[in-house]
Design a protein around this ligand. Structure first.
Ligand code: URA
Ligand code: URA
Length: 293
């Protein structure tokens, strides 16, 4: 390692540590034996109204949405969460920040009903054989914010609605934590039929179904899309790095801001990751607050 690359790396680590300190101050989180004992938000760091609501969700004692999981004791091999571990490697940082902008997406005049009529009783891919219902995108067609997942699970397949199972209930709370109601936003999946045993959709299955999602995006033209989990992120964006590296950094889909974050099903398995998801969602909320049209 050259002297320059070490000092670049140190500068990045220092910046990440500073950011983390500001973040903790902003939440006013002080911990004692892994429990949140006091939280306050310095008035200088408060911004506009939806935050108050989000913070109040975050402030609820355990069992709340962005609950703090017990933090591992940092050692030389397991760095303190959010400090060293969160610092992206320079190459990832730069390749993500300098993602090549794509041609802007023209707004289409198709309605969702027209798009769904084209989906029809779809048999374009083998997933159709195992489905009970096709699960279309739901919510406000004029939404500023859209959430995109991977594919329906059992509950979604049974009810013909996206994100209504356990992961969906967590997603609803996440949406509320940033000051929206579920019905204010759009929620959908890249694939509309449930894969067997909830496996990730295969490339051919994605290729068959994704065009309908892209047509819905062009029709609704949300300002920000939150893409959840590795599979959905890689299927929507042309990105090689994994979600753990890319999350929290705005990406571009044809002129629409895309925020990759963890999938709520992953948060159910590892609640300690809710903290990072909260940071990502705060960026989305701040962007929408600061770009009110
Ligand atoms: N997981 C997804 O990716 N989508 C859903 O609709 C439900 C669970
Ligand atoms: N891996 C995934 O596929 N999704 C996540 O959200 C996190 C890790």
């Amino acid at each position: 390692m050259t002297f320059e690359s070490i000092s670049d790396e140190l500068a990045l680590l220092a910046a990440a540590a500073r950011q983390h300190t500001v973040y903790l101050q902003e939440l006013g989180v002080e911990t004692f034996q892994g429990q949140v004992v006091s939280k306050r938000t310095p008035s200088t760091l408060r911004v506009s109204s939806p935050k108050t609501r989000a913070e109040s969700v975050f402030d609820q004692p355990p069992k709340q949405i962005f609950e703090r999981a017990p933090q591992p004791v940092p050692t030389a091999r397991t760095p303190a969460p959010g400090v060293i571990a969160a610092a992206p490697k320079p190459d990832t940082l730069f390749s993500s920040i300098f993602q090549t902008p794509q041609e802007p997406l023209p707004k289409s005049h198709e309605t969702f009903e027209q798009i769904w009529a084209d989906v029809g009783a779809c048999t374009r891919c083998p997933l159709s054989a195992g489905r009970t219902h096709i699960v279309h995108t739901e919510g406000n067609r004029k939404a500023r914010l859209m959430f995109v997942g991977e594919a329906p699970g059992a509950d979604e397949d049974a009810q013909a609605r996206p994100f209504v199972g356990r992961a969906g209930q967590l997603l609803t709370k996440i949406i509320e934590a940033i000051g929206f109601k579920r019905e204010d936003v759009l929620i959908g999946n890249i694939n509309r039929c449930r894969p067997p045993a909830n496996r990730a959709p295969l490339p051919d299955e994605v290729a068959a179904c994704k065009p309908f999602m892209l047509r819905e995006i062009a029709s609704a033209r949300p300002e920000v899309i939150v893409v959840m989990g590795n599979t959905a992120m890689k299927n929507l964006l042309d990105i090689k790095e994994g979600i753990t590296r890319v999350r929290g950094q705005f990406q571009d889909y044809k002129g629409i801001k895309v925020m990759p974050t963890f999938h709520p099903a992953y948060l159910l398995r590892d609640p300690s990751k809710k903290r990072e998801t909260w940071e990502d969602l705060k960026k989305v909320r701040d962007y929408l607050d600061n770009n009110e049209s």
